[in-house]
Design a protein around this ligand. Structure first.
Ligand code: 4NP
Length: 156
C-alpha cells in the first residue's frame, strides 16, 4: 500500500481538489486497493468544513465526487501514516519540512510531477478566485504523480 497525503493551507480549496481528482484517477485505473489517499491543511480556520464552493463547482462540472470530505489539520502522526506528503506550494512544503520527525516520509510539491511548466506552486484560488487555473494544474500534477507512483512502486 502506498499512502499519499495532499497538503495545503486551509484544506478547503487545493488539497481537497487534489484528493478528489487523484482518487478519481486511481479508481479509474483500479488501484484503490494499492493507494490510500487523504488531504489536510496546515492552518485551522476551516476545520470540519466541506470543500470551498469554487472547488465543489469545478468538481461537479468534471463529475468528480467530493462526498464526505471535511477540512482537517495536519497531525504529527501523519508523518508515520503517510509515505508521501504532497504540498501545493512552497509555504506548505516549508511547513511540512519544518517538523524534525519527517524521516522516512517523502515530502514533495505537486508541480514537481509536471514537466515543461513554469509554475512551481499551485496558485491559491482562495485569493486568486481562479478555480479553473487551479484545476488544470492540479489535474496535470495528479496525472504525473500517479505515473510516478506506478513506476516507482510497480503498481498495475
Ligand atoms: P487552500 O486555500 O489552502 O487551497 O485551502 C485557502 C483557504 C482558506 C484560507 C487560506 C487559503 N484562509 O486563510 O482562510
Amino acid at each position: 500500500m502506498v499512502r499519499v497525503l495532499f497538503v495545503c493551507l486551509g484544506n478547503i480549496c487545493r488539497s481537497p481538489m487534489a484528493e478528489a481528482v487523484f482518487r478519481d484517477l486511481v479508481k479509474s485505473e483500479q488501484l484503490e486497493e494499492k493507494i490510500q489517499i487523504d488531504s489536510c491543511g496546515t492552518g485551522d480556520w476551516h476545520l470540519g468544513e466541506p470543500p470551498h464552493s469554487g472547488t465543489k463547482s469545478i468538481l461537479d462540472q468534471q463529475g468528480i465526487s467530493y462526498d464526505g470530505m471535511q477540512s482537517r489539520l495536519l497531525r504529527s502522526d501523519d508523518y508515520k501514516q503517510f509515505d508521501y506528503m504532497v504540498a501545493m506550494d512552497q509555504n506548505n512544503f516549508s511547513a511540512l519540512t519544518r517538523s524534525n520527525n519527517h524521516e522516512g516520509t517523502v515530502i514533495v510539491k505537486l508541480m514537481e510531477f509536471v514537466e515543461d511548466i513554469e509554475e512551481d506552486d499551485i496558485p491559491d484560488p482562495y485569493y486568486t478566485g481562479d478555480f479553473d487555473q487551479t484545476y488544470r494544474l492540479v489535474s496535470e500534477g495528479c496525472h504525473g504523480l500517479l505515473q510516478f507512483l506506478k513506476e516507482k512502486h510497480y503498481l498495475d
